[in-house]
Design a protein around this ligand. Structure first.
Ligand code: HEC
Length: 144
């Protein structure tokens, strides 16, 4: 991993580890990655610090960012009701054309971060379950 990526990983995981997880008090240092591959668990740990527990973009770290974290409950609404599964997967995995721009934004590129701490297969499973979780929390376009 080249230095900027490693720095990003440390910053991202640090932010995630410090973020309070609802109803949980921690007595030991958190492992680099949680064991659970469930989408909700990964989301609460790695995404909620910025995107918020409700995924609407209001996490505790958000005020310190240059760019507001996206409201992840409206991804389908923004695409006329179709969840952009491939785009989201590629965004998280760090593959696909959107990445050069995304890598320089305030949003970490997660694939390389996960792969630095666990096998490719687990990183793929983690990203797949995150994408499925995001799909499950989409709000219909009419609610706002
Ligand atoms: C360090 C803060 C931070 C963390 C942690 C973070 N994000 Fe983001 N995310 C952002 C920001 C900021 C944007 C908006 C980026 C932009 O527009 O350049 C964003 C954008 C996104 C988008 C694109 C939304 C769209 O409208 O296309 C998705 C999807 C996303 N994040 C998912 C996740 C997931 C899943 C996680 C956890 C694995 C996560 N993010 C963790 C800050 C973060």
């Amino acid at each position: 991993m080249h230095p900027p990526t490693r720095l990003l990983a440390v910053v991202a995981l640090g932010a995630c580890t410090l973020a309070p997880v609802a109803g949980q008090t921690r007595t030991e240092p958190a492992p680099a990655l949680i064991d659970s591959l469930a989408g909700r668990d990964s989301f609460d740990r790695y995404c909620a610090p910025c995107h918020g527990i409700t995924a609407t973009g209001d996490g505790p770290v958000a005020p310190g960012l240059r760019k507001r974290p996206a409201d992840l409950t409206r991804l389908s609404a923004k695409e006329r009701g179709t969840f952009p599964r491939e785009r989201v997967r590629e965004l998280l995995a760090g593959t696909g054309r959107a990445i050069p721009a995304h890598g320089s934004s305030a949003m970490p590129v997660w694939g390389p971060i996960f792969r630095a701490f666990e096998s490719d297969a687990r990183a793929r499973a983690r990203i797949a379950s995150l994408v499925a979780y995001l799909e499950s929390i989409q709000l219909p376009a009419a609610t706002r």
